[in-house]
Design a protein around this ligand. Structure first.
Ligand SMILES: Nc1ncnc2c1ncn2[C@@H]1O[C@H](COP(=O)(O)OP(=O)(O)OP(=O)(O)O)[C@@H](O)[C@H]1O
Length: 263
């Protein structure tokens, strides 16, 4: 369904990504780990369509990924990306793009009712039905991310891109968010790509884990080479020594291999 063929990405003289070749089937949950600045978010933005590809091709169902975001791809960032002046419910209605159709900024009649009903259902799905009338500044970090997820899913995307969505949340809240994401992934049959700094989170949530790293390094010219996918693992294949090796590479300080899997 998604195919990357020899993808390269440079910013000016700096090579960020090189030689990426992957195929991802519908319904996979791919987690992306790697050192800071190695190009994980850049790769996600290529999938979203907001970042160009310097060389190679990125195909969705055999066709180049459009060079702008579309309803088939939703994204949630680490930084809260909700509209501060709108209620929770209006945030989701706005994300669907309903409001754009009205000159006055408001919807009327059947269309407004349908939009409201759909947004309300989506907010129930993410556990925010008690907060429809609240404003973002009245929400906790976890609630804001629930709202961002509802905004991303209201357009019924096939692909959900998550860029460290839980990085700013406390561990207990993160565990709740993990349950939510796994539930939505199954329920909506999504294909998920999620960047995380937390290797355990990557193993727990993903069906497949990618490690981004540089294979070639020139001390004299640190920008000469980019990162590529050095490990492409099905979750469950993990041996503890390999876990430790990856852990050392991506700069995590956790020592224990994960015991849970999402299977
Ligand atoms: N628009 C841009 N122009 C120039 N350089 C950029 C641009 N966007 C990203 N970069 C550079 O590309 C590299 C990869 O950035 P990216 O955000 O993809 O890394 P990352 O792996 O997601 O990092 P982190 O884990 O810290 O979020 C970095 O060196 C960054 O400074």
């Amino acid at each position: 369904m998604i195919e990357a063929k020899n993808i390269w990405k440079s910013y000016g003289d700096a090579v960020i990504l090189e030689g990426i070749n992957i195929t991802v089937q519908e319904g996979e949950f791919v987690t992306l780990v790697g050192t800071s600045g190695c190009g994980k978010s850049t790769f996600l933005k290529m999938l979203l369509g907001t970042e160009s590809i310097s060389k190679g091709s990125l195909l969705l169902d055999g066709k180049p990924i459009p060079s702008e975001p579309g309803a088939d791809r939703g994204i949630v960032f680490q930084q809260y990306s909700v509209f501060p002046h709108m209620t929770v419910l209006d945030n989701v209605i706005a994300a669907k793009g309903f409001l754009k159709r009205s000159l006055t900024g408001y919807l009327f009649g059947k269309e407004a009712k349908a939009a409201r009903a759909e947004a309300t259902t989506m907010l129930e799905e993410v556990g925010l039905s008690h907060a429809l009338k609240r404003y973002p500044h009245e929400l906790s970090g976890g609630m804001k991310q629930r709202l961002a997820i509802a905004q991303a899913l209201i357009a019924k995307p096939r692909i959900l891109l998550l860029d460290e969505p839980f990085g700013a949340l406390d561990p207990g809240i993160r565990a709740d968010m993990h349950k939510l994401v796994l539930k939505l992934w199954r329920e909506y049959k999504l294909t998920v790509f999620m960047v995380t700094h937390d290797l355990k989170e990557g193993f727990y949530l993903g069906t497949r884990l990618w490690v981004f790293d540089k294979l070639r390094i020139d001390e004299q010219a640190p920008n000469a080479y980019g990162a590529t996918i050095t490990y492409d693992l099905s979750v469950g294949e993990m041996a503890s020594d390999l876990y430790q090796e990856i852990n050392d590479k991506v700069g995590q300080d956790e020592q224990e291999p994960p015991t849970e899997t999402s299977a």
